[in-house]
Design a protein around this ligand. Sequence first.
Ligand code: PFF
Length: 458
Amino acid sequence: MSSMHHKPTGGNPSRVQFNTRLGVIATTVGSAVGLGNIWRFPYEAGMHGGGAFMLVYLGFIIVIGIPVITAEFIIGRHSGANVYGAFKRLHGSPCWRVVGAIGIVASLMILSFYSVVAGWTADYIVRSVQNFSGAYTQEALHSQFGEFTASWSAVGWTVVFLLANFWILKRGVQKGIEKMSNIMMPALFVLLIVFCINSLLMPGAAEGLRFLFNPDFSKVDSSVMLGAMGQAFFSLSLGLGCLITYASYFSRRTDLVRTAATTASLDTLVAVLAGVMIFPAVFTFSQSPAEGPKLVFEVLPAIFYNMQFGMVWSTLFFVLLFLASLTSTISMSEISIAYFCEERKMSRTVATVLNTVIAITFGSLCSLSFGPLADMTVFGMTMFELFDFVSSNVLLPIGGMLISVFVGWVLSRSVIDDEVGGQGSVRRWLVSLLVICLRYVAPVCILLVFLGGIGLFD
Ligand code: PFF
């Protein structure tokens, strides 16, 4: 670590820290931007009525997302510890450590099913180079995808992906992550803009944009609300202590509120761009927007096929998506690795091996739930769907609500002022607004949506 900054108050001065302001933004955005934006957002929006989902989603980003990101940053930087240790340091009662436990479980669940989809992107890099064997009709793409995801080779790619994740993690907190994010995130962004322009020139552009941006309020029900809230948490890497863990590596110079707002804005922008890229194509190729998890994988190759040098675009895109997934899985792995190292006193190598072994085990099961284990269901959900639903729509909102209550009600105001306060009336006004959001708005919102989503008000 080339620069070490000692912290005047709070925190843990002996901890490694991120080098530069760009490094902080790039890694935090690198965590947030990933399959959640490009794969999960379009298919969730597609299943939940498009515009209505989008509007509710944006609302949640503002009233819950930005305040709770800031809350995680405050906890992380002030404690300078992993998600479990953070609550131990900041509060005497063991009760709050349950938030840490929820985060660790959620992170391992997400890592498992996320790696399956990341493995698909790896396979799609190879398929792109082979030009999808020339099979570009929607039926051919559909059956290719179905056969592949049901096969053992999909399990193989999940493992390959997790080994790549392992390799980077073993090199330590900063070197691997920071360098990679600095180059890759801007590249992905530029590529998305090119694809959006291409999609906007398609015959189905108007219909696609109408679907995404024209809200039909009759479609807003409790399942749309819960889906949009879960998506907001998932996409922002929020509610499971990922941002607590990352903020424990921030220096005192990092402006937490600004970083929170920047992260939320860029993450939302990438999700919206992904929507603008996908939906015009969905309508141009007469697909159903409500296809679910396969939507993006079946529609994208058709988009690339219709572009000049399609094979090059396609390869580039899946390479960048693969890397964007890696920066996200690195961040979610760091949650349990920091915990294993600091609380369980394991070496970083042992902790990283343990994280990888757990993820390979459950990841393989999630992958097989598209094939041999498709009939193994709980509450009508396959293992993959269950892991996704329980983590995104249950654990992350509960974690987020508790984090919000902790900073709003339990942590002393002087800590909040110390971490995010500053000179000037605008800043004082912002901090008061933040506290109101964390005390009342976010927890009440999360609770109501959650209870509605599990059918309490039906
Ligand atoms: N936010 C990531 C995405 O949108 O792809 C997923 C994610 C990363 C979730 C890290 C949770 C996490 F801790």
